[in-house]
Design a protein around this ligand. Structure first.
Ligand code: FE
Length: 294
């Protein structure tokens, strides 16, 4: 099957479920998450793991001590049948995949399998996340867009972009949304639910999580986060406001106490999984306006 044919396949993955980061500065993360980004500390946090809430899920982002690189990316699937189908597909393709009930318990999900993508990222597929009956209350009054669109999106940089694309698109059924010409490289954006992209893959000399994105429900929440960032000493914005060409989100980027940035955005375009696009648009740049480095 080629990448183009994959548009006929229903994605195996439901959404971006959770994200594991490492950092040399957990205290910095705590302040950044609550005071700037408006996330809440999860009750499931421990001394060695900061867990952050943005919705009813017990946690969506985990930060543990380390060098700042990404620790794991969790993809949520609808249930056991979808998980079994992924295991079968990966196994048939010769990709090692391992059920891990101990890790499932740690993460707070019913069942989980872990594997590695061709970029070398630990990826986990799971279903049945534990949700809190206590409602999510943002310390900054922020409401995040999650639900069927999941946590947000991740942009993976890798020396093996083509192989990584084949893995997510051909094997796992991610749909190519479009591509963006970033000068020396063309980034691939892919979706598994109405969110314009849950994943982007871009060729780079080294593996890294370039950024992840959180979406909020209003432009004011983006502007207020930018104001909080500008008023802080430690957590200045990495860019100014801008609007992306492909998903049309209005956003800005923040430097996190990990190596990745976080994109804080609003009004990302939604795609229809039933439309089955047969062509792929390439944009000549990432932003219509803005996103200038500061
Ligand atoms: Fe982004």
């Amino acid at each position: 099957m080629t990448v183009a044919d994959a548009t006929a396949v229903r994605p195996r993955v439901h959404s971006l479920g959770y994200l594991g980061l490492t950092s040399t500065d957990l205290d910095g993360w705590r302040t950044f998450a609550t005071d700037i980004a408006g996330m809440a500390i999860s009750d499931t946090s421990s001394e060695n793991e900061l867990r952050l809430r943005i919705d009813e899920y017990q946690w969506r982002i985990s930060v543990t001590p380390g060098d700042g690189s990404v620790a794991f990316v969790g993809w949520e699937v609808a249930g056991k049948a979808a998980l079994d189908a992924i295991v079968a597909d990966l196994t048939a393709a010769g990709v090692a995949v391992e059920e891990d009930s101990k890790l499932a318990q740690e993460r707070g999900v019913l069942e989980l399998v872990r594997s590695e993508d061709p970029a070398g990222n630990q990826i986990e597929f799971f279903y049945g996340p534990i949700t809190e009956s206590k409602p999510f209350v943002s310390p900054q009054g922020v409401e995040f867009v999650t639900g069927e669109q999941g946590l947000g999106h991740v942009v993976l940089a890798t020396p093996s972009a083509e192989e990584t694309e084949r893995f997510y698109v051909d094997l796992l059924g991610f749909r190519v949304s479009d591509r963006v010409n970033l000068g020396p490289v063309v980034a691939m954006f892919a979706y598994v639910n109405p969110r314009h992209h849950s994943l982007a893959v871009v060729q780079a000399p080294e593996r890294l999580l370039h950024h992840f994105m959180l979406e909020v429900t209003s432009l004011d929440e983006v502007g207020l986060a930018l104001d909080r960032s500008l008023a802080s000493n430690a957590h200045q914005p990495a860019t100014g406001l801008g609007k992306h060409t492909n998903d049309q989100a209005v956003s800005f980027y923040l430097t996190t106490p990990s190596e990745c940035r976080v994109e804080y955005g609003w009004a990302g375009r939604q795609l229809d999984l039933d439309l089955n696009p047969s062509t792929t648009v390439v944009y000549t740049g990432g932003s219509i306006w803005g996103h200038k480095s500061v």
